[in-house]
Design a protein around this ligand. Structure first.
Ligand code: ATR
Length: 291
C-alpha cells in the first residue's frame, strides 16, 4: 500500500494502519515517510507513517479525521504550518513564539497540541556536524522566512553574543528581531551582508537561493574567519554553490538534509517518547539522491 495518500482517501482502506503522517499541499515530494517508516519498524512500533495531500479547503477536517483514525500525531508542511493553529487545542511555547507548527500530537484524550521542532533540528544537526562551532562571535542568518525563525530560535538558546539577520525585504528581518529577538538579534541591511561575514562564527543560509532552479546566494566569503562554519539548509542540491565556495576557502560546511532528519527525530520523540535510532546508511542513501 502506498505511503502517499490524497485527502479524499482518508475514509478508505488507503489509511488503514496509519499511526502518524505528514500533511501538505503538495506533499508527494515528502521524504518524511522514508525517514519515519524505518524508525517505526526499528522501534517495533506497528503502523505506517503516511504523507497525506490536504488542500487548504480541507484543513479544518484534518484534526477530527486523524483523531478518529487513532493517529499518535502528524507533521505539517507547506502551506499549513501557520493555518493549522486555530484548529489546535493547545500550543507549545516554542510554536507560539515561532507562529508556526510542524508537529501535532494527540494525547490519550484526543487533545491536539502543536509543537515546533525545526529550531531543535537546526541546532542538533549543527552540533552533530561541527561540535566545536564558534560561539564566541555572532552568527549571521540569511533570510527571514519560517526557516530563519527556526534558526534564530535555535541559536538564541546558545551562548552566542548575538545573532545578525539580513534579508532582501528588511521589514521581515525587523519583525523577527522584535518578535522573537529578546534584544539579541540585530538587523543587517541586505546591501551590507558581505561586510558582516568577517565578524561571524556561523553563516546560515535559510533562503531558497541556491536551490535547484533558483539563483545562487551572492555572498562574498573573502573576509570569513578561518574557523567560520557555513551552514546551508537547502539540500537540493546537497552541495550548493555557497557550500562549494566555502569549502574551496577551507571553511567547515554543514549541508541541509540533516536538519530535516533531526526535526523528524524530535517529532518521533514527541509521539513515541523515544528518539529513534537512525539505521546505518539511511541518511547517506537520502543524500545520494541529491548529489
Ligand atoms: P521558508 O518558510 O521556507 O523560510 P519563505 O517564507 O518563502 O520560506 O522565505 C523565503 C526566504 O528566501 C525569504 O527570506 C526571501 O526573502 P524575502 O523575504 O525578501 O522574500 C528569500 N528569498 C527568496 N528568493 C530570493 C531572492 N531572489 N533574493 C533574495 N532573497 C530571496
Amino acid at each position: 500500500m502506498s505511503d502517499h495518500v490524497s485527502f479524499v482517501d482518508l475514509t478508505s482502506s488507503a489509511v488503514t494502519g496509519t499511526i502518524a503522517g505528514v500533511i501538505g499541499h503538495p506533499v508527494g515530494h515528502s521524504l518524511s515517510p522514508n525517514l519515519h517508516n524505518p524508525w517505526l519498524a526499528g522501534a517495533g512500533i506497528g503502523g505506517r507513517y503516511r504523507a497525506v495531500d490536504v488542500p487548504p479547503e480541507a484543513l479544518a477536517s484534518v484534526i477530527p479525521a486523524f483523531r478518529d483514525l487513532g493517529l499518535r500525531g502528524f507533521n505539517i508542511t507547506v502551506p499549513h504550518k501557520t493555518a493549522i493553529i486555530p484548529y489546535l487545542d493547545a500550543l507549545a511555547p516554542v510554536a507560539r513564539q515561532m507562529g508556526a507548527v510542524n508537529v501535532v500530537a494527540f494525547d490519550a484524550t484526543g487533545k491536539a497540541t502543536g509543537y515546533n521542532t525545526d529550531g531543535t533540528g537546526f541546532m542538533a544537526h549543527l552540533k552533530a556536524s561541527v561540535p566545536d562551532w564558534p560561539v564566541d562571535r555572532p552568527a549571521l542568518v540569511i533570510g527571514a522566512g519560517g526557516a530563519a525563525r527556526a534558526a534564530v530560535v535555535g541559536l538564541l538558546g546558545e551562548p552566542l553574543p548575538f545573532v545578525m539577520i539580513t534579508n532582501r525585504s528588511r521589514d521581515k528581518a525587523e519583525a523577527i528581531a522584535s518578535e522573537i529577538g529578546r534584544g539579541r538579534v540585530t538587523v543587517v541591511d541586505w546591501a551590507d551582508r558581505h561586510a558582516a561575514v568577517g565578524g561571524a562564527g556561523l553563516i546560515a543560509n535559510t533562503t531558497s537561493l541556491g536551490m535547484k532552479g533558483q539563483p545562487s546566494l551572492e555572498l562574498d566569503l573573502a573576509a570569513a574567519a578561518a574557523d567560520c562554519v557555513v551552514y546551508d539548509i537547502v539540500y537540493q542540491p546537497l552541495m550548493t554553490d555557497l557550500l562549494t565556495r566555502a569549502e574551496a576557502r577551507g571553511l567547515r560546511t554543514v549541508t541541509g538534509l540533516g536538519m530535516l532528519v533531526e526535526q523528524a527525530r524530535a517529532a518521533f520523540r514527541i509521539w513515541f517518547g523515544q528518539l529513534p535510532d537512525v539505521p546505518a546508511g539511511q541518511v547517506a542513501e537520502l543524500e545520494a539522491r541529491f548529489r
